[in-house]
Design a protein around this ligand. Structure first.
Ligand SMILES: [Zn+2]
Ligand SMILES: [Zn+2]
Length: 223
């Protein structure tokens, strides 16, 4: 073959190859953001709608731009949890006001990772917020199942505690700090909170509360 002919054949083969590749990469669904161009397989992103989901959901886009806009702009922005390395929606799509992350040490942590750390360590790492007048806690399943499963028990007089005044809030925080100072693991379960957090019901729980109490009683009795 003449060199020119060979070149043309090669370039034609390349074009066919590119076209087939493009066609294979093109999906039969429109881009989830612009809705105009077809989504491209290699632009697919995977993200979790809630931290509790086992599997991510595929999101289909035509381009990087469309993907970034969809993922990182309001209202349904996604964030990377620094603890589990998953992209998760900042707000629960089924329950819009429910924020699905907490800031810990300046980083966004998903509620699932936050819950694991809380159950494991108690809220010593949130002590500063407690001292600053906040009531740092979270919603568990009805009856605070996860907390009970991890060995926490309700602190008598501070379960389903109605916070409706500064005084009541301060008494609750004081009790929590007292238990922390006593070396106990403490957590707070939100029972019902008014949107905005000004008022609600909360439950104070501590780990090995009874045992620690009995041990102390035993020690003082032996003296
Ligand atoms: Zn698009
Ligand atoms: Zn996480």
């Amino acid at each position: 073959m003449e060199p020119m002919v060979r070149l043309r054949a090669a370039s034609r083969a390349q074009r066919i190859h590119d076209y087939l590749e493009f066609r294979a990469d093109r999906l039969d669904i429109p881009c989830m953001l612009c809705g105009e161009k077809p989504a491209i397989r290699s632009q697919t992103r995977y993200a979790y709608e809630t931290p509790w989901d086992d599997e991510p959901v595929a999101k289909y886009f035509c381009s990087d731009d469309c993907g970034d806009t969809y993922m990182y702009e309001e209202p349904w922005a996604y964030f990377m949890c620094h603890s589990c390395d998953r992209e998760i929606c900042e707000q629960n799509p089924w329950n819009g006001w429910h924020i699905q992350y907490r800031m810990v040490d300046g980083e966004q942590i998903c509620l699932k990772c936050y819950r694991e750390r809380l159950l494991d360590e108690g809220l010593e790492f949130e002590r500063e917020r407690l001292e600053d007048g906040e009531i740092p806690g979270m919603f568990f399943s009805y009856g605070n199942l996860e907390a009970k499963g991890a060995g926490y028990e309700g602190v008598p007089g501070f379960t389903d505690y109605h916070v409706d005044s500064q005084q009541r809030a301060d008494a609750f925080r004081k009790k929590a700090l007292e238990l922390l100072d006593g070396g106990r693991k403490v957590i707070i379960g939100y029972e019902r909170l008014a949107i905005g957090g000004g008022e609600g019901y909360v439950t104070l729980m501590a780990k090995d509360c009874d045992k620690a109490g009995k041990a102390e009683a035993g020690q003082s009795g032996a003296r």
